[in-house]
Design a protein around this ligand. Structure first.
Ligand code: FPP
Length: 252
């Protein structure tokens, strides 16, 4: 299996996924869209397990965008129900596997019972160290940046921050996921080629892997393919190839 080709010492520290294609997966089968979301949860379970087995330290899943609130009421309700049910039924496995659950986004907009469930699971799992699983919920990348700027202005007014001390590291600390490492790899399923307002600041240097596989069909094999694709890339962070490869490569 291609998993054996993965270089364990070159795994991304953070993988972020835009889980797209649930609706089209369902429509292609003559099913209602929510059936695609339900199968999407099976993919979430499989990918969390696979990422943990492979040794990915941090996984962020774009589970509900700030724009998704405008979908038909029945679809929003079903997505909230699925999230709640996932948290309720997966918490034991999450704890057994040492997974810490976190969330980013405007969590205050979540229905109170879902918010409560999320807070409980986050609190219960806070000491886990094997892997961190982050749900992006009611999340928008531009909103995240605006929220950071608002907080920066408030802190500056209180005299806790001044313009001279502002740099990228200080700014990052104001984002929802604070000091967490940026995603090294961004995966998008469902065949579209866009970032859809996801982690706009954090993906500045992420490698992007887009696949036509619809999210409900995404499983460990597809994750391994994405990781192999990532490991085949040369990450230059604005430098030249020679600089990245070191002095020996210039003569080779
Ligand atoms: C995109 O598919 C997917 C979403 C809007 C939400 C992703 C949600 C899940 C996988 C289930 C939620 C459950 C948990 C546990 C987080 P789409 O509906 O935009 O697909 P389409 O582009 O084919 O219409």
């Amino acid at each position: 299996m291609s998993e054996r080709r993965l270089q364990k010492d070159r795994l991304p520290r953070h993988v972020a996924i835009i889980m797209d294609g649930n609706g089209r997966w369902a429509e292609a089968r003559g099913l209602e869209r929510n059936a695609g979301h339900r199968e999407g949860v099976e993919a979430v379970k499989a990918i969390v397990r696979a990422a943990n087995e492979i040794g990915i330290p941090r996984l962020t899943l774009y589970s509900f965008s700030s724009e998704n609130w405008d979908r038909p009421k029945g679809e929003v309700q079903e997505l909230m129900r699925l999230l709640d049910h996932y948290l309720e039924t997966e918490v034991d496995e999450v704890m057994r596997n040492g997974i810490r659950i976190e969330a980013v986004g405007r969590l205050d907009r979540l229905p109170p019972l879902v918010r409560k469930r999320l807070d409980d699971v986050m609190e219960r799992s806070a000491g886990n160290r094997e892997m961190t699983l982050v749900f992006a919920l009611s999340y928008g990348g531009r909103q995240e940046i605006v929220d950071a700027v608002s907080q920066i202005l408030r802190d500056a007014e209180r005299g806790q921050l001044d313009a001279e001390n502002m740099d990228e590291k200080t700014f990052s600390a104001y984002l929802y996921d604070g000091d967490a490492p940026d995603p090294d790899l961004l995966i998008r399923t469902g065949g579209e080629l866009r970032v859809s307002n996801f982690l706009l600041w954090q993906i500045a240097y992420a490698e992007i892997h887009c696949t036509g596989t619809m999210w409900p069909d995404f499983r460990k094999d597809q994750l391994v393919d994405a990781l192999l694709d990532y490991q085949g890339r040369e990450r230059r962070f604005g430098l030249t190839s020679d600089q990245v490869r070191g002095p020996q490569s210039e003569n080779s």
